[in-house]
Write a protein that binds this ligand. Structure first.
Ligand code: ATP
Ligand code: MG
Length: 474
């Protein structure tokens, strides 16, 4: 129902204040009522005590009626607002003065109670429309209760005072509530103004993607933090979306090249009847392109899974010598076909905690590069040695080398060397990204040292089995 935070905050604040004011008002009202009652009781008591004093000769003797009139004339309460009644100890009325509705009040019960207890008795009794406060005082003479003096007055004046007081309380409460609600509405609106501005900018960012950012208020409060967090989030989303766009663009570009080649060759082959030998050549070429495409798709899949954390490494103790021998056995023929020699310096006993197949893939990728980017007749060396708390696998070639300004880019996805020799060699620029991911997933790191025209050395460092167990135990 209430959709704005402003309305909710103000309503809640007003409701809490209203409840507090109600309790405060009730407490004040109660206090005022007790105070007025105490003052009235005190006045009645004074009048009754004066009456008892007069009755027992304090102002000289006389007939009861005469004494009664003297008492009535006493200044405490006006004549028309008080009841004065003098009874004997048996309850017979000896004197009575006051308005007729006051006289109708039966005072027998309180009088009897006063006689019984010998103490002042306070009562509130009904008198038609209103109530009356009546006190009964036993008047003692010669150690015996001779008379009971009753003095009473209407509570109407008190009730009227209380009603006036309640009205003032109510009006003050209403004024406070109105002021606080209006002030709260204004203050909350001012406090939420930056939020409304943020919402507006956020909507614009969502629809136009213009690189706009929220204005960060210099308020050192939650709003400043919110604006910063929001801007950071937009930065991250934008860079993720850019990455995704370039990823898709690169991937489609990489797949388009082999598809175009295949399409061209098949179209040419279909134009006129071909000999079986020519058909073989076209099929062979198509197979090569399909192999290339399937490598690209596999690499893309591996990286996408790695990004989403879906790849689970099947780790166990692995001897690096076995990994190296496995990768070399797959690539030796390729190196020989390329006219390069492949020397391996490794021995058993270099154990790591790893996924064997992933490590084989890592070494194969490095060997592929060394073979691809090394001219025929050159040499490729693969070394394995201990290095600190782990082992270092180095693949060294004496090939084209890499320019120094490219060394930090070659591990990026889809990055391919810019020199003309590299450009002539086919590849998708994903191999080293996969190498980097595999190395880091095993707690290691990969480095490259290279000089253009002299060759490159790619070094992969992996923690030993003992070092990996120590890290896991921590
Ligand atoms: N041994 C090497 N000698 C010279 N340049 C290299 C070597 N290894 C990598 N490079 C450079 O690094 C770039 C990125 O290598 P990466 O293995 O990631 O991609 P690629 O070999 O081009 O393609 P693929 O995805 O098929 O492996 C290469 O294009 C090349 O320029
Ligand atoms: Mg490669």
């Amino acid at each position: 129902m209430l959709k704005s935070v402003r309305a909710k905050v103000v309503l809640l604040r007003t409701a809490i204040l209203a409840v507090m004011l109600l309790f405060f008002g009730l407490a004040l009202h109660r206090q005022a009522s007790h105070g007025l009652e105490a003052v009235l009781d005190n006045t009645l008591r004074c009048q009754a005590e004066y009456a008892a004093y007069v009755l027992h000769g304090g102002e000289g003797g006389g007939e009861i009626a005469e004494l009664g009139e003297h008492i009535v004339a006493h200044r405490d309460l006006p004549r028309d607002r008080k009841l004065i009644r003098i009874l004997n100890a048996q309850g017979d009325v000896l004197f009575e003065s006051g308005p007729s509705n006051f006289k109708q009040v039966n005072g027998m019960a309180p009088a009897a109670k006063a006689v019984r207890s010998g103490e002042l008795v306070y009562e509130t009794v009904a008198t038609g429309r209103n109530s009356m406060r009546l006190i009964s005082l036993p008047a003692v003479d010669q150690e015996h209760i001779q008379h009971v003096v009753q003095v009473g007055t209407s509570l109407e004046a008190n009730q009227h005072q209380l009603w006036k007081f309640s009205r003032i309380l109510f009006l003050c409460g209403l004024a406070i509530l109105t002021l606080v609600t209006a002030g709260g509405w204004w203050i909350t609106g001012a406090a939420l103004r930056p939020v409304r501005m943020m919402v507006g900018t956020a909507k614009r960012i969502g629809t136009t993607d213009t690189g706009d950012r929220l204005e960060v208020p210099d308020s050192r409060d939650e709003l400043e933090e919110l604006a910063r967090t929001f801007n950071d989030m937009i930065d991250r989303l934008e860079s993720a979306s850019k990455q995704m766009r370039s990823f898709t663009a690169y991937a489609s570009h990489q797949l388009r090249t082999p598809l175009t080649i295949m399409k061209g060759e098949i179209e040419v082959a279909l134009r006129k009847p071909r000999s079986a030998q020519e058909q073989d050549r076209v099929l062979q070429s198509a197979l090569e392109e399909i192999n290339l495409m399937s490598k690209i798709v596999n690499d893309l899949l591996t990286l996408a899974r790695a990004d989403s954390g879906e790849v689970v490494l099947e780790t166990k103790p692995v001897d690096l010598n076995d990994v190296i021998q496995g990768a070399v056995s797959h690539r030796r023929v390729l190196a020989e076909m390329h006219g390069c020699s492949l020397a391996v310096n490794s021995s058993r006993g270099h154990r790591v905690w790893a996924d064997r197949d992933r490590l084989v893939e890592l070494i194969e990728n490095l060997l592929d590069n060394a073979i691809k980017y090394t001219p025929s007749g050159e040499k490729i060396t693969l070394d394995l040695r201990r290095d600190g708390k782990g082992f270092l696998i180095s693949v060294t070639d004496t090939g084209t080398g890499i320019a120094s300004d490219e060394l930090d880019k070659i591990f990026e996805r889809f990055y391919r060397g810019k020199n003309s020799q590299t450009q002539r060699i086919r590849g998708s620029g994903l191999g080293l990204s996969i190498c980097k991911w595999i190395t880091e997933a095993h707690g290691g790191h990969i480095r490259v040292v290279s000089r253009i025209g002299q060759g490159s050395t790619f070094s992969v460092w992996l923690p030993s089995l003992e070092a990996a167990s120590q890290i896991a135990a921590r």
